[in-house]
Design a protein around this ligand. Structure first.
Ligand code: BG6
Length: 493
């Protein structure tokens, strides 16, 4: 396997609040470990875990070691790698909502002077304000310090503004990093390369040539151990407000003048502001929400959402499909069909750019149907790009046409390990590069579009439509697109 190019970063301290939580164990620790193995971490790179638990440093290190063993494939780590990595770890027990432990944290950080300090708030948003306030009061929010906040940023526009204000009282916007891990995915980065490093697509990238766009982020898993959080969020807040709208922005934005943080974010913001308000959010012509019932997934029987939640009722949606429109010259009249859900038929995330049909066929009926071209950008699994073209079936027996993809799989083309999004994003924070992070106005613009849908749902007595686990969601979601004479391209075919 080739190794990817590695550019070392400066000395840093990564302070993870919520250090024993799911995100820290599943993503942050393994990501830092991988970067260490790749040789990207300088000698002076330290990770300080912070949580409220009265854990000893040894117990924290044992937990972090287990996180590496659980989440880094065995052939990507050696015992020596693990030993070297855990030398970088420290632990402080401190409380986000009281001053307990903060002097100790400050003392640990004072022992590590002159480094970039990254405060990663892997906690619920209710703690962002209290943590930032204390970072300020304990003298930790100096000019070399940055704060990283995870989604969800609020649960609607008003609460997002409050969170942003609380964080903004202590950290200026150019030191606030709002993570949307989808922006760090390799294939999402590639979308920008595809659009802006090739002359081929951009002239066609508009309403004159594109019929519609589909964005699917389908998961086969249910809510697993996160039902408590998930039930307060639902698919619209959990996936659409951030990940899916960010993907839509990258597809739809005008080419920025440069690939720098503000140029890119200015263009994304224009897209969010041009989104047509959904209108009647209760009409299944525009929005469909669903909730899974028991079914089968990955070959086995799986329980329904309510069973996983351990509740008798819940109106939280685990699936949502929407028809979005962008009111500008480039995209007027081009629907963007968006859908996401848990416990769907397979785990697949894809963007399909469906081009317009040819205006006139020169072939006779025998040739068969001429299917319009499609560009499919597969984000996961099996990252790659497929351009579906019509070609002639081989053979002398007349002219028969068939659609065949020009197929580029990143795995076979590059043969490098695909780094996880967090590996790139955390080091971008150390580098001080905000390009792949959401700016405050972007997050708020996304909520402005989402809020009316949430309000309409909460004011109505309607409940999400049931769907069987392991399917593609409620039939109303299929009708949503078929009504327009189009069809979901499951698995990009
Ligand atoms: C998270 C959501 O942001 O993204 C989860 O909170 C979801 O509910 C996850 O499962 C999906 O991320 P990925 O990288 O597995 O596609």
């Amino acid at each position: 396997m080739m190794t990817s190019r590695v550019i070392p970063v400066v000395a840093f301290v990564l302070v993870v609040f919520g250090a024993t939580g799911d995100l820290a164990r599943r993503k942050l620790i393994p990501a830092m470990f991988q970067r260490d193995v790749a040789g990207q971490l300088p000698r002076d790179a330290t990770i300080v875990g912070v949580s409220r638990g009265p854990l000893s440093e040894a117990a924290y290190i044992a937990m972090a070691r287990q996180a590496v063993l659980d989440h880094v494939p065995a052939d990507e780590r050696s015992e020596a790698d693990v030993e070297r990595f855990i030398e970088r770890l420290r632990y402080v027990s401190a409380q986000a909502d009281s001053d307990v432990g903060w002097e100790e944290l400050a003392a640990v950080l004072h022992e590590l002077p002159g480094r970039v300090q990254v405060f990663y708030l892997a906690t619920g948003p209710a703690l962002f304000g209290p943590i930032c306030e204390r970072l300020g009061r304990f003298g930790l929010a100096h000019k070399n310090a940055r704060v990283v906040v995870e989604k969800p940023i609020g649960k609607d526009l008003d609460s997002a503004r409050l969170v942003n204000e609380d964080v903004g009282k202590v950290f200026p916007e150019d030191r606030v990093y709002r993570i949307d891990h989808y922006l760090g995915k390799e294939a999402v980065q590639n979308l920008m390369a595809l659009r802006f490093a090739n002359g081929l697509f951009e002239p066609l990238w508009n309403a004159a040539h594109i019929d519609h766009v589909q964005i699917t982020v389908a998961e086969s898993l249910g809510v697993e151990g996160r039902a408590g959080y998930y039930d307060t969020a639902g698919a619209l807040r959990d996936m659409v407000q951030n990940h899916i709208l960010q993907l839509l922005c990258l597809v739809a934005m005008e080419p920025p003048a440069r690939l720098n943080a503000d140029a890119v974010r200015d263009e994304k913001l224009k897209v969010l502001r041009a989104l047509k308000p959904v209108g009647d959010a209760l009409s299944t012509h525009t929005v469909v929400r669903g909730q899974y019932r028991a079914g089968a997934s990955a070959g086995g029987a799986v329980p329904g959402y309510l069973d996983e939640l351990g509740a008798d009722t819940s109106t939280t949606e685990t699936f949502v499909a929407l028809k979005a429109e962008i009111e500008n010259w480039r995209w007027a009249g081009v629907p963007f069909y968006l859908r996401t859900g848990k416990r769907l038929a397979e785990r697949v995330s894809e963007i399909v750019i469906a081009f317009r049909p040819i205006p006139h066929s020169v072939f006779d009926e025998q040739a068969g149907t001429i299917v319009a071209n499609r560009l499919v950008i597969r984000l996961q699994p099996d990252e790659g790009v497929k351009l579906w073209l019509m070609t002639k079936d081989p053979g002398p027996g007349g002219m028969r046409l068939r659609q065949v993809p020009l197929d580029m799989s990143f795995a076979t083309t590059f043969q490098v390990r695909n780094p996880d999004a967090y590996e790139r994003l955390v080091l971008d924070v150390v580098r001080g590069d905000q390009t792949l992070f959401m700016r405050r106005d972007e997050v708020e613009a996304a909520w402005i579009w989402i809020d009316p849908i949430l309000n309409a749902w909460s004011e109505s007595n309607e409940v999400p439509k049931p769907y069987t686990a392991g399917t593609w969601g409620p039939s109303a979601a299929i009708a949503l697109i078929e009504r327009d004479g189009r069809t979901w391209l499951d698995g990009g075919t």
